[in-house]
Write a protein that binds this ligand. Structure first.
Ligand code: 6SG
Length: 209
């Protein structure tokens, strides 16, 4: 495996799915935290002025979903046919759409928008995923059925953040709820989720959650 290094702010945010994938898959990586005051200098060097940044030997990748897909390919988490890969990307684009609605509310409209997000926006997205899960291994395994894929880590980090926002959001969604618990119980994930490294990190950069 190449030498991997993740650089991100000291938050869970868009670094979380990448961390979870590598930890669970036993991929060795270094992580270095960007101090908010060092950010402008680093920002100026990056393709879109954004992080997370992922260094692979001498290469520099940005865009969290690109990094997830790259690791998906490296770790065999991307299906076995082009069609399976397309379904995995489709699901990840769904997670991205839901997650970006969440981030928009968190960063721009927490006080006024939280209620609408929790009662209308989030339930609609979760209901779609509940329906999807029912079509794969009776909802008893992963988003693509028996085999875990990169999107499971992204969906899991999304669910983790949603439950911090609204602890009851999975109450009427038995398949997602069991899925969440199954993922959280994977030994390496369970250990990491409880660790201070994780619990001390804010979910988002502005401290709202
Ligand atoms: C912060 O935006 O989201 N990276 C962050 N912020 C510092 O100077 N499409 C890519 C990706 O998936 C998005 C990267 C992401 O990798 S992550 C970054 O670099 C900077 O831009 C946490 C996060 N924050 C939301 C956010 C804050 C400032 C820009 C994006 C919300 C959206 C627009 C304003 C407020 Fe916003």
């Amino acid at each position: 495996m190449p030498e991997y290094k993740l650089m991100y702010f000291p938050i869970r945010g868009r670094g979380q799915a990448i961390r979870l994938l590598m930890l669970d898959q036993g991929v060795e990586f270094q992580e270095s935290t960007i101090a908010f005051k060092e950010w402008p200098t680093l920002k100026a060097t990056l393709a879109f002025g954004q992080c997370p940044v992922f260094y692979v030997d001498g290469e520099t990748l940005v865009q969290s979903n690109t990094i997830l897909r790259y690791l998906g390919k490296q770790c065999g988490l991307y299906g076995s046919t082009d069609m399976e890969a397309a379904y995995i990307d489709m699901l990840n684009d769904g997670v991205e759409d839901a997650y970006s609605r969440y981030l928009k509310m968190i960063y721009n409209d927490y006080e006024n928008g939280k209620d609408d997000y929790v009662t209308k926006v989030l339930p609609t997205w979760l209901a779609s995923f509940e329906k999807w899960l029912a079509t794969k291994a009776d909802g008893k395994a992963f988003l693509m059925g028996e085999k875990i894929s990169y999107v499971d880590y992204n969906f899991f980090q999304f669910l983790d953040a949603q439950q911090i926002l609204s602890s009851t959001c999975l109450d009427n969604l038995p398949l997602i709820k069991a899925y969440y618990e199954r993922m959280a119980a994977r030994p390496k994930l369970s250990e990491f989720l409880k660790s201070e490294t994780n619990t001390k990190r804010n979910v988002n950069g502005n401290g709202k959650q």
